[in-house]
Design a protein around this ligand. Structure first.
Ligand code: GLN
Length: 457
């Protein structure tokens, strides 16, 4: 088979495998070839070639015997390098964990294995999931597959790139403030963060536990939903519930930020037109706390990250660089991790605990209340996924204010534990993908995906 990665859809591969148009080994070989052909993009930190081939051969034998196979039989899935796969390195792309293997599977990995999915490899990411560009990885940056001079977004940049190049059909990422949705938007794939708790986080290396959530990237919303069905306990009965009613989408005036590029603003308008054409109504909502949400996210996530990373000393935990804990931490952590640990400790200790941390908790609560009120008037909120399309590798962030604000929409869903998705919707004038971002109500994960599918029609 000449595998065509523009058609890299889970449903297509699944049908071909089920109808025996292609064998499991034959299919996995095509994906492994795509990994090799795109090596320079640096999106994998480890490729499970032998295991993947072994699993594919086993599936071929079981299929020939007429055995019942799992729901994701033969579907290649890539795994972000902060999600534990038994016996494989789980480095979080940090020198501190480089070479250290996990000794058990994360819950999501157990479920994928039980569904007969093929784990194809670990994907590159920002160190400890801290970043928006994948440039803080100890293995070097991932290149954007659409334009190799640009960043893929972060922190799950490797996962987004891996889906885009057709080296897997879906990938797992983690999202603390946008790390699935933002790279999905920059690479032109779908990125989904579920309702907090809908998928187990057990077995991921925590960044900021109150905000972290494992999620899914794939080429289309249907691919995401197929994997979500396996990873979550939600029943499919939610799907299409809303399609017979008028769907209302809320937009706050504040979402239309003055620094937004005209390409993003135009894309938003086009998405609005398309949804209106499909009978969707738009309402104005008020979210006064939106403007403070990004700062709130920074205080809370940095404070939590400082605590999560406290156990790294190179003696009981993490690689030893030949010194005491302070020396090992100096050598083990990269610049961004150190910056966040210092700021996180600053925000949450001594008199600053009340001034910053407690205040940030109050803002988070207020934001949740405002979102609840907004969701009494609408079913989904719509925003751009990011303020801008993918920027150049090595760009000076201090010279480009919008880069620092690029998570301003995505953090809302993490702060309020809500499900959210980024769906590719066209390109800017330079041909770079742009994503539209929808936030749904608690536990409306499948509804959100079927609603977002309208943009794919
Ligand atoms: N870009 C955000 C940050 O750097 C989000 C990271 C994430 O979701 N892990 O904090």
């Amino acid at each position: 088979m000449n595998y065509n990665n523009t058609d890299n859809k889970l449903s297509i591969l699944k049908n071909k495998l089920q109808n025996k148009e292609i064998g499991f080994y034959e299919a996995i070989s095509c994906f492994l070839d795509n990994i090799k052909a795109n090596k320079t993009l640096n999106c994998y930190t480890d490729v499970f070639e032998e295991d993947a081939i072994k699993k594919a051969r086993e599936l071929d034998i079981r299929a020939n015997k007429g055995e019942q196979l799992g729901a994701l039989a033969g579907i290649p899935i890539a795994i972000k390098d902060n999600i534990a796969v038994n016996g494989k390195v789980n480095s979080c792309c940090s020198n501190f964990l480089r070479g250290i293997k996990a000794n058990s599977d994360a819950d999501v990995i157990k479920r994928l294995k039980a569904a007969d999915a093929i784990l194809i490899g670990k994907t590159n990411m920002d160190e400890f999931a801290m970043g928006t560009s994948n440039e803080t990885s100890c293995y070097g940056p991932v290149l954007n597959p659409v334009d190799n001079t640009r960043v893929p977004g972060g922190s799950s940049g490797g996962s987004a790139c891996a889906v885009k190049i057709g080296s897997c059909v879906a990938a797992l990422g983690t999202d603390t403030g946008g790390s699935i949705r933002q790279p999905a938007s920059h690479c032109g794939v779908v990125g989904f963060k579920p309702t907090k708790g809908a998928i187990s986080n057990k077995g991921i290396v925590a960044l900021a536990p109150s905000l972290d959530q494992v999620g899914i990237l794939s080429s289309d919303t249907d691919g995401v939903a197929s994997v979500l069905k396996i990873l979550s306990d939600f029943s499919k009965t939610h799907v299409n519930k809303l399609l017979n009613q008028t769907i209302k989408v809320g937009i706050a005036d504040d979402f239309l930020f003055e620094g937004m590029s005209s390409d993003i603003a135009n894309t938003l308008d086009r998405a609005k037109d398309k949804l209106t054409h499909h009978g969707v109504e738009f309402v104005k909502v008020d979210l006064p706390s939106f403007k403070g949400a990004l700062a709130d996210y920074m205080i809370l996530s940095y404070a939590e990250a400082a605590i999560s990373l406290d156990r790294f000393d190179g003696i009981k935990y993490g690689n030893n660089f030949g010194g005491d804990a302070a020396y090992n931490r100096t050598k083990g952590f990269g610049y961004e991790a150190k910056r966040r640990i210092m700021l996180g400790k600053f925000f949450a200790t001594d008199s600053r605990y009340e001034k910053y941390y407690l205040k940030a908790i109050g803002v988070r609560r207020r934001l949740c209340d405002e979102l609840n009120e907004a969701f009494a008037r609408c079913d989904y909120l719509m925003t751009p996924s990011s303020l801008m399309a993918a920027y150049g590798l090595g760009e000076d962030v201090s010279a480009h204010k919008e880069i620092a604000y690029s998570d301003m929409y995505t953090v809302l869903a993490n702060l309020a534990d809500l499900p959210a998705v980024s769906v590719p919707f066209g390109h800017d004038c330079a041909g770079l993908p742009i994503g539209i971002h929808f936030i749904g109500k608690h536990n409306a994960d499948f509804d959100l995906l079927s609603f977002a599918h309208i943009l794919e029609l």
